[in-house]
Design a protein around this ligand. Structure first.
Ligand code: SGN
Ligand code: CA
Length: 534
C-alpha cells in the first residue's frame, strides 16, 4: 500500500532523459522557425518549470562518445571512447555508479550503444535496446536474456520507465533513472498514430539547403546529403512504383520486416497516397523540386518521431506531479548531440558546426531551480556528471573534467568576482574514415568565434564570426581583419589541449580507427537468446 506520509529522500531523485539526434531547432522551447509547426509542449514544460541552456554543446558529436562523456564527465581521450564501435569500460567512475554506491537505486532503459550491456556500471535494473535498436517490435536485452516486445519503441521505453519508477516511489531511497530514447535517430519511423502528423505541413527550407561548400573542403567531402546520400527507401520511405508498397533500395530490410502484418498494412496505407503522388509526378519534376520534396519527407518523418518522445516526457512529468514527487526530482531533457534538418543540405551530425555541436538542455528541479531560468554560459556534456554528484551531495571525483552546473542553475550566471565561468569550449571528432565521410577535426568556440582544424587526409582551417555568419557559410580564415583573433584562438586551443590533457595530434593522425567486434547477442546469451513475441 502506498504510504503518502513517508518523507521524501533527502537526496533528489534524478530522471535523465536523453533522446538520440534531437536538433535544438526541433525543441519548441528554443523558439525556432518551426516551433509553431511542430511544437514539443511537454519538453517545453521542463524549461518553464526550470532552466533552459542556450549554449549547451557536446565534446564530440556522435552517439557513443557523447554517452561516454556524459557518464564520466571526461573527454573521450580520457574515458577511452572516441568513436562508435569501441567498448566502454564501465569500471571507471561514472555518476550512476557513484550514486548507487551512495545509496541510490539506479536504472537505465533504452538505447545504450557503448557496449552490449552496462557491464561494470552495476545498475540495479536495465533493459536495453540492441545496438541502435529498432523503432518497431524491438529486442530488449535484460539481465535475464533477450526478449522481442510488440509495440512502438518510444512507448515501450516510457512504459518500462514508469513501471520502474512506480516500484521506487514509496521508498526513502532516492533513485536515478536514465531514459534513453532511440528516436529521433535514423531511419525516422514514426508511431502508427503519427505517421501522417505532418503530411500536409510544408516546413521552411533552410537558406543553405543547396550549399556548394565553397571554401570548406571538409564540408565538400561529406556524404550526408538529403538529396544525394539519403537512401530513398530506408530513409525516405519512397516506393518503387505507383500502387506498390515495396521500398526503393532498402539497406536494412529487417527493420520493416519486423512489423506485424497489421502494423505493416497501417504503415503502407499511411504513405500510399503521398508515394503514389510522387511516383506519378517524378518524371516532370526538376532535380531541385525532387530535392525539396525529399527534404519535406525527411523533416516530416523526423519530427513525427519526436511527437512520441514529447508524449513520453509528458507522461513522466504527469506521473511525478500526480504522485507528489516532482519537487524533489531533477528532470533533465537532452540529446546525445544535435542534428541537421537540411542545413547545408544535410542529415546526420559529426561536424563542429552549430547544428550538430549544440544540443538541447533543459533541467527542472522545483525545490532548487527557479522557473524560466535561462542560462547563457558555455556548457558541455562533461558538466552533467559533476552536476548530478553535487546535487546528490557526493564529492566530485578528481578525474572529472567538467564543471558542476549548480552555480549556474542557482542564478543563471557567475560573476567574475565569483571566479567566472569558462569562456571557451574544446571539441574533437575522430570517427574517420567512416560512414558519412566527415574527416577528423578539433576546434574551439567562444561566445562569438569558432576556429576548427580539419585533418587526416586534409589540412584545412576554418574560422567563423558567429555574430555575423551564424550559419557558417563564409570561412573567414584568410580575412585579414580577423588575423589577431585567429592567432589568439590558436593559442587558446593549445591551452585547452593542455588543460584537458589531450595527446599530441600526430598520434590521432596516424591512428586507424580500432573497433572491437562486440559479442553478438547469441554469444552473450547462448541459452537465453530467444525472440518471444508478446
Ligand atoms: C547509423 C546510421 C548513421 C549514423 C550512425 C551513428 N545509419 O549507422 O547514419 O551516423 O548510426 O549514429 S542507420 O541507417 O543505420 O541508422 S549514432 O547516433 O549512433 O552515433
Ligand atoms: Ca545520436
Amino acid at each position: 500500500m502506498e504510504n503518502q506520509t513517508r518523507p521524501s529522500p533527502k537526496q533528489p531523485n534524478i530522471i535523465y532523459i536523453m533522446s538520440d539526434d534531437h536538433a535544438v531547432r526541433a525543441v519548441s522551447a528554443y523558439q525556432s522557425d518551426i516551433a509553431h509547426l511542430a511544437p514539443t509542449p511537454n519538453i517545453d514544460r521542463i524549461a518553464r518549470n526550470g532552466a533552459r541552456f542556450d549554449k549547451s554543446f557536446v565534446t564530440n558529436s556522435l552517439c557513443g562518445p557523447s554517452r561516454a562523456a556524459m557518464l564520466t564527465g571526461k573527454f573521450g581521450h580520457k574515458n577511452g571512447f572516441n568513436h562508435n564501435g569501441q567498448l566502454f569500460d564501465g569500471h571507471q567512475p561514472t555518476w550512476p555508479r557513484l550514486l548507487k554506491e551512495h545509496g541510490y537505486s539506479t536504472a537505465c532503459i533504452g538505447k545504450w550503444h557503448i557496449n552490449l550491456t552496462p557491464d561494470g556500471l552495476d545498475f540495479d535494473h536495465w533493459e536495453l535496446l540492441n545496438d541502435q535498436g529498432e523503432y518497431y517490435n524491438p529486442d530488449f536485452i535484460t539481465k535475464q536474456g533477450v526478449k522481442r516486445e510488440h509495440g512502438y519503441t518510444t512507448e515501450l521505453i516510457t512504459e518500462k520507465s514508469l513501471n520502474w519508477i512506480a516500484k521506487q516511489k514509496n521508498s526513502e531511497q532516492p533513485f536515478a533513472l536514465l531514459i534513453h530514447h532511440k528516436a529521433p535517430h535514423r531511419n525516422w519511423m514514426p508511431a502508427p498514430q503519427h505517421t501522417r502528423a505532418f503530411e500536409n505541413t510544408l516546413f521552411p527550407v533552410p537558406d543553405n539547403y543547396f550549399d556548394t561548400y565553397q571554401g570548406r573542403a571538409a564540408a565538400a567531402m561529406q556524404t550526408m546529403n538529403i538529396y544525394r546520400d539519403a537512401q530513398e527507401g530506408h530513409d525516405l520511405k519512397m516506393t518503387k512504383a505507383v500502387g506498390e508498397t515495396q521500398w526503393r533500395e532498402d539497406i536494412w530490410p529487417f527493420l520493416l520486416e519486423r512489423l506485424t502484418p497489421e502494423q505493416r498494412e497501417q504503415w503502407d496505407l499511411a504513405y500510399q497516397d503521398r508515394n503514389d503522388w510522387f511516383n506519378n509526378n517524378e518524371a516532370d519534376m526538376s532535380d531541385e523540386d525532387i530535392a525539396i520534396w525529399k527534404y519535406q519527407r525527411y523533416v516530416q518523418d523526423y519530427l513525427a518521431t519526436i511527437i512520441s518522445v514529447d508524449e513520453s516526457v509528458g507522461e513522466v512529468l504527469d506521473y511525478l506531479e500526480r504522485h507528489n514527487i516532482v519537487d524533489n526530482t531533477i528532470v533533465i531533457y537532452t540529446s546525445d548531440q544535435g542534428f541537421y534538418m537540411g542545413e547545408h543540405g544535410w542529415f546526420d551530425k559529426r561536424f563542429m558546426y552549430e547544428e550538430s555541436f549544440r544540443a538541447p538542455l533543459l533541467i527542472q528541479y522545483p525545490d532548487k531551480i527557479a522557473p524560466n531560468t535561462i542560462v547563457n554560459e558555455l556548457v558541455q556534456n562533461i558538466d552533467y556528471a559533476p552536476t548530478f554528484l553535487e546535487y546528490a551531495g557526493i564529492a566530485v571525483t578528481s578525474d572529472i573534467q567538467g564543471q558542476s552546473l549548480v552555480p549556474l542553475l542557482n542564478g543563471g550566471h557567475i560573476s567574475e568576482e565569483e571566479g567566472g565561468w569558462r569562456t571557451s569550449l574544446y571539441y574533437h571528432f575522430y570517427e574517420y574514415p567512416a560512414m558519412h565521410d566527415v574527416t577528423r577535426h578539433y576546434g574551439i568556440r567562444d561566445h562569438r568565434y569558432k576556429l576548427m582544424h580539419f585533418y587526416y587526409q586534409i589540412d584545412e582551417w576554418e574560422f567563423y564570426d558567429l555574430d555575423r555568419d551564424p550559419t557558417e557559410m563564409n570561412n573567414a580564415i584568410n580575412d585579414p581583419k580577423y588575423l589577431s583573433i585567429i592567432h589568439k584562438l590558436k593559442q587558446d586551443i593549445v591551452k585547452l589541449e593542455h588543460q584537458y590533457d589531450v595527446p599530441p595530434r600526430l598520434e590521432w593522425n596516424d591512428s586507424p580507427l580500432e573497433c572491437v567486434s562486440a559479442p553478438t547477442l547469441k554469444d552473450l546469451y547462448p541459452n537465453s537468446y530467444q525472440v518471444t513475441q508478446q
